[in-house]
Design a protein. Sequence first.
Length: 315
Amino acid sequence: MPPATDLSLLCPVCRNSLRPGDGGTRTLECGAGHHFDAAKQGYFNFLVGKGTVFEADTADMVAARFDFLSAGHYQLLADAVAELAAPALLSMPGKRPAVLDAGTGTGHYLRAVLDRVQQNRLRPQAGEPGEAPEGSAPEPVPVQAIGLDISKFALRRAARMNPDAVNVVGDVWQPLPVADNAVDVVTVVFAPRNAPEFARVLRPGGRLVVVTPRPGHLEEIAGQAGLLGIEPAKDERLAMSLGQHFTPALSVSRNLDLALFLNPRDVANLALMGPAGHHLDRAALAVLEAGLPARTAVSARFRISVFEPMPPSGR
């Protein structure tokens, strides 16, 4: 677990800065005396007071997502998110980049971002600025990372996936436990979007990368698996919801289509891992899985939208 003070974390009770306590990186405390210990699985729980009114993903929903993503079915999506996030994390030589993954889930998408930056950004060691001497072993620049999710079951997985991040149980609709202008990138993959808070924590020149499904997403199995439908005009409503704080970077935003061939367990995991998993009849899902063919062709259709924060005067 990295030093949390590097991440400009704020106390969820009083909004003062957090710093390591006597327990080192596994303990956080603020000047007002509020104290937080990491769970044995490596995450911090910042849901305080009444917690949250929203329903967190259950253990079986998280396990389904972990198995599906670990099988690599959405790896091209993770790679695309990392590619679009990387420019804002690589643009300032000598500066340690920072990323917030809001709704991090099992941490797979944040892992892709961290790996991409580690592969592409090197710390200068000698010679000209920005260059390592010929024949030397370059030293990767560490990325400051925060993974936030409402589900403690998800954070248990994310903490193992991303031990180099600070993983936090929190509600994205509450004030984020992050200081102003503290991160270069916010990624939001199939998760809620708190535009004012994302704008507050992003540095000037930063990026908000949002993934949403497009019409036709998983349509081959949506009906029989009980998946939720795609709302009409989703792109327009996304832009409107962010419009007071962000401008769309249309030149780099993109659509991504994946042709998947899934076995019965994959289909069941896909049904269970999303929002519909809160309501699915597990027994009926098992019957469906048992009756599926060895391979089912499924179309996954995504929109990866990039937004840039407006200057304060434009908000």
